[in-house]
Design a protein around this ligand. Structure first.
Ligand SMILES: CCCCCCCCCCCCC/C=C/C(=O)SCCNC(=O)CCNC(=O)[C@H](O)C(C)(C)COP(=O)(O)OP(=O)(O)OC[C@H]1O[C@@H](n2cnc3c(N)ncnc32)[C@H](O)[C@@H]1OP(=O)(O)O
Length: 725
């Protein structure tokens, strides 16, 4: 709701809907009532609108968009009501003014903001556009280029930038409310016409058409299949071409298109899923509500390879004092140089911002080869390469050297956390922290608890994720954890499709058209084919430990494709060697082009193994890759490795390039319909009975049998039925 209070001349309307004063139906009604009350009271000469608890408003209540009585519709007329008031209305912006919150402020005649406030129109990030006349008022206030940038990217801008753009009239360091009341008193009686944005023309550009055409190309390029940025653009273009009222009509039409699009629903689901995973729980009953994190005053990173360098960079950016350790001076110096390059780059990006990076001070970032320097750290992140024996040796050492309460994290993408923990005297303090490369860029942190990991350790790792500005997702211990375990069947299907007749570029194209930034073969080339090869050799699937006489295309009675191994045997490791599934301009090159050698190689391979080449259509490519990945997701949920489908979706969106506007793999499955996913898996499984990844999981079958319930109910069926699965 909103509280109304009357001072001697200025009426105060305070938006109240904790925690972020989202504009629910009740808030909007109270705002409208307050405005009408102020208008009717002759002793009120001006109005000030602010938000409770130091936050103006985070915009429309996002949950309202998916409720049967959608709440957004009433906001535009209220913004108009504010603007048409005959008494000056001042917005006092503290904390955030986002989306509908900023649109309310744009209806006000004056805007005053606190230094630390942030403003933005982030509707595009939840699949919408600023549908309360914001696409028409903002360009009139700050010009088309700046408005377009804010509306099509959704970025939040600090008050200082808002002042430069002319979005606010004044910024203050002290009490914003008092300053706003002073301003309101000062402007009483001044003409309001020039302050009404709907009456202003959109500032002209000498080359508006050319500017807009160029901007549209950029918007489309960045949108990557997402509808909202382009429709945001169209709404702003309408502001440049039509009078205000007609622009508003166009904005409403476009808003309706987005509101009813599946993309908006997917993006709003993703917004809440990211917040839901913060409330972690484990099958043993530990949870966020009862576990408290321990403070991390000093940390250490072991290993300064690619991952270690990125992790050091994240910790320095989070302002955590740090010891970086390597095994010898040569590697230490190499690592230190690379870390410094990364940190210099980060410092440049932050230049002019409020924060600076303090990385030349040895008290904050120390490089060493001496394990003894780790005695006083609160947390260690081991980031050496994926070798169990090496990791165990390091953890054994850590267990002796580190202080008793120190949290011992291992950065691994697949190895068994319990086995690593078995090398220490404190297995309750051992936890997996799976960073994604480049670690200082990627938002995901998969946090893996082992059999003995304490709730405090999980809470501390989650707190660390927050400090590093990452999305932490707590999952159980199994080979590949959640992300990579779901990735295995996806990659496997992609390779099987090549065996059967497809080409890398055809498979990649289908998945890139779906919305992945990069298809499976381009991704494998980027990551390096040798990584998987080493792992398969360690598992005895290929290489010298493979028993003589093992059939080339079978392992443990299941279908196996030796194609990736054969490529590695030819020295084709991907981008790093200039050849992989594609060819590149040089070793380390980035431009993938189809390689005639590979086509020839595939054709010979099929001849050797008696495989009849067939045409594989786009539907089959998409379904076999995605449904096998989703199928593994259902198995993961049934085993209790993740506590809900949101966890899997957040992992895929933030760590694996899954298109956010499709909401994550499990959300996508719910939109396709579980009966269809099941029927297709059954069909493909019958055609490929030796591929376990295509055999529908018991949990998926169960959900279809109980009538395809909505995603948020899935887990309830699991707890009732798990004994039967
Ligand atoms: C048929 C009818 C239609 C008619 C159509 C015709 C006309 C159409 C007119 C429609 C007009 C509508 C136009 C307006 C649209 C909007 O305003 S959309 C919303 C835009 N705002 C946002 O996207 C902001 C989202 N929030 C954030 O970015 C962050 O939450 C924050 C505000 C920056 C705060 O961050 P932080 O401090 O990290 O806290 P969080 O954990 O993220 O959030 C705290 C809790 O608050 C919940 N929450 C946040 N914002 C909203 C919101 N806008 N609505 C609902 N809930 C919100 C968040 O989920 C957290 O809660 P928990 O999940 O319970 O933890």
């Amino acid at each position: 709701m909103a509280q109304y209070a009357r001072g001697s001349t200025v009426a105060v309307i305070r938006l109240c809907n904790p925690p972020v004063n989202a504009l629910s139906r009740a808030v909007l009604q109270a705002l409208e009532d307050g405005l009408k009350k102020a208008d009717a009271d002759p002793s009120v000469k001006a109005v000030m609108i602010c938000g409770e608890n130091g936050k103006f408003s985070a915009g429309a209540d996002i949950r309202g968009f998916s409720s049967p009585e959608r709440s957004g519709g009433a906001l535009g007329p209220i913004v108009s009501l504010i603007e048409s008031s005959e008494k000056p209305v001042v917005a006092a912006i503290e904390g955030v003014a986002l989306g509908g919150g900023l649109e309310v402020a744009l209806g006000c005649h004056y805007r005053i903001a606190h230094m630390k406030a942030r403003m933005g129109l982030p509707e595009v990030t939840i699949g919408l556009l600023p549908g309360a006349e914001g696409t028409q008022r903002l360009p009139r206030l700050i010009g088309v280029p700046a408005a377009l940038e804010m509306i099509t990217t959704g970025k939040h801008i600090p008050a200082t930038e808002a002042l430069k753009l002319g979005l606010v009239d004044e910024i203050v360091e002290e009490n914003t409310i008092e300053a706003a009341i002073r301003l309101a008193n000062k402007v009483i009686g001044q003409p309001l016409g020039p302050r009404r944005l709907s009456l202003k023309p959109v500032p002209k550009l000498p080359n508006m058409e050319a500017f807009l055409d160029k901007a549209l190309v950029k918007v489309k390029k960045q949108a990557w299949g997402c509808l909202a940025p382009e429709l945001c653009f169209q709404a702003v273009r309408a502001a440049t071409e039509r009078p205000f009222a007609e622009g508003v009509r166009r904005e409403r039409e476009l808003f309706q298109v987005l509101l009813s699009s599946g993309q908006a629903q997917a993006l709003q689901y993703a917004f809440f899923a990211e917040r839901a995973v913060r409330r972690w729980a484990t099958p043993s009953g530990a949870s966020w509500s009862s576990a408290a994190p321990q403070p991390v005053r000093k940390a250490a990173v072991i290993g300064l390879g690619t991952m270690g360098r990125g992790i050091v960079t994240c910790l320095v950016k989070a302002n955590i004092p740090l010891v970086a350790l390597e095994q010898d001076l040569e590697n230490l110096n190499k690592g230190r140089k690379a870390v410094m390059v990364l940190l210099e780059r980060e410092a440049m990006k932050m230049e002019g911002g409020a924060q600076t990076l303090d990385f030349h001070n040895p008290a904050r970032l120390q490089f060493t080869v001496d394990f003894d320097q780790l005695r006083d750290v609160d947390l260690v992140i081991e980031a050496v390469f994926e070798n169990m024996a090496l990791k165990k040796e390091i953890f054994h050492k850590l267990s002796k050297i580190c202080k008793p309460g120190a949290l011992l994290c291992t950065n691994t993408s697949a190895l068994n956390i319990d086995e690593i923990a078995s090398a220490t005297n404190h297995p309750q303090q051992v936890i997996g922290t799976h960073f994604f490369s480049p670690a200082h860029v990627m938002r995901l942190l998969e946090i893996i608890y082992g059999r003995h990991t304490s709730p405090t350790a999980i809470a501390t790792a989650m707190q660390l994720a927050k400090a590093l500005k990452k999305v932490g997702v707590v999952v159980g211990n199994c080979f590949g954890f959640v992300g990579n375990r779901m990735m295995f069947p996806y990659i496997q299907q992609a390779v099987f499709l090549l065996e059967e007749g497809s080409r890398p570029e055809a498979v990649d194209q289908v998945l890139e058209d779906f919305g992945f930034k990069i298809g499976p073969f381009r991704m494998s080339d980027l990551a390096g084919l040798d990584v998987g090869w080493r792992s398969r050799k360690d598992q005895g699937l290929t290489g010298p430990s493979l028993p003589a006489g093992t059939p080339a295309r079978q392992r443990h009675g299941q279908r196996y494709s030796p194609l990736p191994d054969l490529l590695c045997e030819q020295g084709r490791f991907g981008q790093k060697t200039g050849r992989g599934w594609y060819q590149y301009e040089k070793a380390g090159g980035r431009t993938a082009t189809p390689d005639p050698w590979l086509l020839n190689f595939l054709s010979q391979y099929r001849d050797t193994h008696g495989i009849k080449t067939r045409f594989i259509d786009q539907e089959e490519i998409l379904e076999r890759c995605l449904f096998s990945l989703i199928n593994e997701g259902f198995a993961i949920l049934a085993e209790g490795i993740a506590s809900g489908p949101e966890h899997l979706d957040v992992i895929y969106i933030n760590g694996y390039g899954w298109p956010k506007h499709r909401g994550g793999p499990m959300f996508y499955a719910s939109t396709v319909g579980l009966p269809r996913v099941l029927a297709k898996l059954q069909k493909y499984s019958e055609a490929h009975p030796d591929v376990p990844g295509l055999r529908p999981s018991a949990f998926l079958k169960k959900l279809v049998a109980v009538g395809n319930p909505p995603l948020k109910e899935w887990m309830s069926y699991l707890s009732q039925q798990s004994s039967k699965l």
